[in-house]
Design a protein around this ligand. Structure first.
Ligand code: PLP
Length: 396
């Protein structure tokens, strides 16, 4: 019999949909995948070369669990240079993607009965990670009308004696919100006042548009810095999702706890990935800039097309590569011989009718919505927008 903790968690609600996408693809259907959570671009060449060199040089053994010192030094310098954060290298640990950094942070801080605040919609994994640690996720609404900005009043109301932490993600998956300095400052001050921690997932930091600025909450004051775990990685900025390199930077006590978890579970992340990540930071950054420019063009295009569909509403996303659409006006309509009763139904309808895969809002704890990703070629995005428009028009 499985451990009882397994009854509290489940595989992502999108898995079933993904299985259907895979089946339709093997049947030869021309599915356009707007459900993708990674850059469509391949890892930049100079980074690949560093990975190949690491293999050729025989850099293929265990490394120190917290990551090779030269990579931690490069991360420390990056955080200082780009984020205004002063983390000495012993306050940085390299992890198996940003995902392990989030999980190990939660495991280090949260115990049975603790509450962790989650502004919703939120990335699907936070909820289950909190439950695996024995904690209780407490969902807090955001301000949809203001582009899913943090709602400080709602957060204040949700704080209680068992509040241990809040997990924030800016730029945000799934909404594309980029939190403002003022809101982050107010949140940081609230955390200091009530003594809870801030787990700041900044994995999409490079992907911001229209002059939006990414702010690292830990940079706002020494008091906030002392309560924050800053999480980042190489997956999104350098198109390195498969290399599995991320990091956490935190107060010494917390980083040491994360390292204990790492040492007893994964040891180090891939030695080869670490050398590649080092080159990602050391090398020229123009490939990143070019990728961001391409995403910016796609974002403009997709938003302009979606804005012409009267049944769909959305705030313009300022970051990441997603648009979070309010499709609640489609609920109750009929299409494909079925009445649509949820965003899961809408996602299924779009898959069957438009051959476009999207992620239903249920996956992010805010239903009546769907997430589309514009991490796809312009050609596919044009086709997808035509198909979505036609499929929505067909609904009765
Ligand atoms: C919000 C968010 N955080 C963290 C991650 C984890 O990224 P990785 O483990 O590839 O670094 C993802 C990946 O999709 C994400 O969307």
């Amino acid at each position: 019999m499985l451990a009882s903790r397994m009854s509290k968690v489940s595989i992502s609600p999108t898995t079933q949909l993904n299985a259907r996408v895979a089946r339709l693809k093997t049947e030869g259907k021309d599915i356009i995948k707007l459900n993708i959570g990674e850059p469509d671009k391949s890892t930049f060449d100079y980074i690949k070369v560093a990975g190949v060199k690491a293999i050729a040089d025989g850099f293929t053994k265990y490394t120190v669990g917290s990551g090779i010192p030269e990579l931690r030094r490069a991360i420390s310098e990056k955080l200082e240079r780009e984020n205004g954060l002063h983390y000495p290298i012993d306050q940085i640990t390299v992890t198996v993607g940003g995902k392990q950094a989030v999980f190990a942070s939660i495991m280090s801080l949260v115990e049975e009965g603790d509450e962790v605040l989650l502004p919703v919609p939120c990335w699907v994994s936070y909820t289950d990670m909190i439950k695996l640690a024995g904690g209780t996720p407490v969902f807090v609404e955001t301000k949809e009308a203001e582009g899913y900005a943090l709602d400080l009043d709602a957060i204040r109301r949700a704080v209680g004696p068992r509040t241990k932490a809040i997990v924030i993600c800016t730029p945000n998956n799934p909404t594309g919100a980029v939190y403002s300095y003022e809101d982050l400052k107010a949140l940081g001050e609230l955390a200091c006042e009530h003594g809870f921690y801030i787990i700041a997932d900044e994995i999409y930091e490079k992907l911001v548009y229209d002059g939006a600025e990414h702010i690292s909450i830990a940079s706002i004051s020494p008091e906030i810095f002392a309560r924050t775990i800053t999480i980042n990685g190489f997956s999104k900025a350098y198109a390195m999702t498969g290399w599995r390199v991320g990091y956490a930077a935190a107060p010494l006590e917390i980083v040491k706890a994360i390292q204990v978890i790492q040492s007893q579970t994964t040891s180090n992340t891939s030695s080869i990935g670490q050398k590649a990540a080092l080159e990602a930071l050391a090398g020229p950054q123009f490939d990143v800039d070019r990728m961001v420019d391409v995403f910016a063009q796609r974002r403009t295009y997709v938003c302009s097309r979606l804005a012409k569909i009267p049944q769909i509403r959305f705030p313009a996303p300022k970051g990441a590569f997603y648009v979070y659409l309010d499709v609640s006006a489609l609920i109750g309509r009929t299409g494909g011989g079925k009445t649509l009763t949820s965003s899961l139904d809408i996602a299924e309808y779009l898959l069957d009718e438009a051959l476009v895969a999207v992620v239903p809002g249920e996956a992010f704890n805010l239903a009546g919505r769907i997430r589309i990703s514009y991490s796809n070629s312009m050609e596919n995005l044009e086709k997808a927008m035509d198909r979505i428009e036609a499929a929505v028009a067909k609904l009765r």
